[in-house]
Design a protein around this ligand. Sequence first.
Ligand SMILES: Cc1cc2nc3c(=O)[nH]c(=O)nc-3n(C[C@H](O)[C@H](O)[C@H](O)COP(=O)(O)OP(=O)(O)OC[C@H]3O[C@@H](n4cnc5c(N)ncnc54)[C@H](O)[C@@H]3O)c2cc1C
Length: 225
Amino acid sequence: MPKLTSAQLHTQVGRLQRSLKRERAKRQELERALKESGEQQTATSEILRVISSSPTDLTPVFGTIVANATRLCEAQLGNLFSYDGDAFHAVAHHNASPPFVDILRGPLHPGPETGLHQWLSVPRPFQIADMRVQIEASKLLTYRAAVRSEIAGVRISREASMAKVFATEACNAIAARAVQIFGGYGYSKEYAVERYYRDARVTTIYEGTSEIQRMVVSKNLLAGR
Ligand SMILES: Cc1cc2nc3c(=O)[nH]c(=O)nc-3n(C[C@H](O)[C@H](O)[C@H](O)COP(=O)(O)OP(=O)(O)OC[C@H]3O[C@@H](n4cnc5c(N)ncnc54)[C@H](O)[C@@H]3O)c2cc1C
């Protein structure tokens, strides 16, 4: 092994220190994600336990939901509301003082300048439905190409390219919407959604860009295949 000069040794040590720092940060992030996932599972099983022990009365279920949500968000207090399409009604509180609970006693009609009103104006359920439809369509295109690939002698370049371009563009659109739904948190590293957004971006570039996949599809179609 060639002898290293002190300058080379210094550079190597610096590189190793930076690499160690990166690995430590990654480990911390994984530990945090693992802890959060464990806490979410505990919360879910607690809520399910309360649902099964109280099938007719929703009060204890709402109480457990708001208590767990407050803990998971590391918040000081939490309030849970139902929405009947017109107004909000408080259904459970955690750590909220009695005067505050009195103020929240509904029905509450959020004014146009409030965060709740803005939240209501975003059609979330439809966004989520659209995202799911795109995922299912991507899966079906991919399965179709995979099934055809099992048949000896059958060309699948058209089906494979269709699946690749559709699934990767859907993945980008879905990740972008997910970031938007999360608002400011979508941009922060506190939630994995910003990483999904970054990870999604490369999929329309590597393994054949979207433009090249479209060329493959067009060539096949124009050749009557
Ligand atoms: C994270 C990552 C991992 C990778 N891993 C691998 C790997 O393991 N193995 C490997 O071989 N490669 C790998 N690549 C390379 C990857 O496959 C190429 O980046 C990809 O093929 C695009 O080539 P390019 O970057 O040279 O872009 P270019 O070919 O310069 O294209 C630039 C843009 O022009 C468009 N374009 C190019 N030609 C046309 C055309 N005729 N008509 C219309 N539009 C066109 C492209 O779609 C693209 O949008 C990786 C890339 C990344 C980013």
